[in-house]
Design a protein around this ligand. Structure first.
Ligand code: TYD
Length: 139
């Protein structure tokens, strides 16, 4: 129930890293490395310095956010508490449960944000207004 989720339900998942002198590899399998089936992948790139993304919450969507390259900061907010994560390793994934507001900033040059999502894109799953989010969370 996404009205009741908190930032403590979100966590860093230490992904598998297959070391190889030819280059390292990290596999991510739905239901194995992430606690949901992966229905969609998207990536964010060419983010200009100083730019911010996010500023919304989802009602149902679960996501795993990975800094596939470079680094950025994800700030999670459940309406009561906030927590920031600086993602800077391609083998760490941030699990974001539904009902959490997120702001993305501090993108390094060349950063690539890889997102694995539990649902197809659905505009009606977004809450884009912060006051509406607080009403949704009943805080
Ligand atoms: P949005 O999720 O608001 O981006 P961010 O949170 O990174 O700032 O999406 C930006 C635009 O891209 C919006 O018009 C919807 C569109 N979009 C899709 O069409 N499909 C997708 O899977 C995603 C994530 C976004």
């Amino acid at each position: 129930m996404s009205k009741q989720t908190t930032i403590n339900d979100c966590k860093i998942i230490d992904l598998r890293k297959i070391h190889d002198p030819r280059g390292n590899l990290t596999p991510i399998e739905g239901g194995v490395d992430v606690p949901f089936d992966i229905k969609r992948i998207y990536y964010l790139y060419d983010v200009p310095g100083g730019e911010s993304r996010g500023s919304h919450a989802h009602k149902e969507l679960q996501q795993l956010i990975v800094a596939a390259s470079g680094s950025f900061t994800v700030t999670l907010d459940d309406g009561t508490n906030k927590k920031s994560f600086n993602l800077n390793r391609s083998y760490y994934g941030l699990l974001v449960v539904p009902g959490i507001w997120r702001d993305l900033d501090d993108f390094s040059s060349g950063a690539v944000l890889l997102c694995l999502a539990s649902e197809h894109y659905k505009a009606s799953d977004y809450i884009r207004d912060y006051d509406e989010f607080l009403r949704y969370k009943e805080v």
